[in-house]
Write a protein that binds this ligand. Structure first.
Ligand SMILES: [Zn+2]
Length: 115
């Protein structure tokens, strides 16, 4: 399952963040930004997360997922728009060659730490 390796890499990054925190700091929540083009199933991601943190020090940390919709920018009129159903044509001027500006992200958005 692809999502499990994603979770593993997120936990690796959290481990690095944890090293910079005072001893005894407890992570209570992690927020992930997941673009709709990242190719991840959010339910699988949640399930993979639960399996991965079970019986580990991360077990008490909640997961919050922010889904980021696909957005495009038009080079002609600078319009930014939500590209629903893979329609990437600019709704304002009709330009077909628009540029992807959001929707591919997969990153840690925030971490909440209880000191
Ligand atoms: Zn346009």
């Amino acid at each position: 399952m692809h999502e499990l390796s994603i979770v593993a890499s997120v936990l690796d990054q959290l481990e690095e963040i944890r090293k910079q925190q005072p001893a005894g700091a407890r992570f209570t929540k992690v927020g992930l930004r997941v673009g709709e083009l990242a190719g991840l199933d959010v339910d699988c991601l949640r399930f993979g997360y639960e399996c991965s943190v079970k019986d580990t020090p991360w077990e008490t940390m909640a997961l919050e997922i922010e889904e980021v919709p696909r957005r495009q920018r038009c080079p002609k009129c600078a319009n930014e728009f939500r590209a629903a159903n893979w329609a990437t044509q600019c709704p304002q001027c009709g330009e077909t060659e628009t540029e992807l500006i959001a929707g591919e992200e997969l990153q840690i958005a925030f971490v909440e730490v209880d000191e």
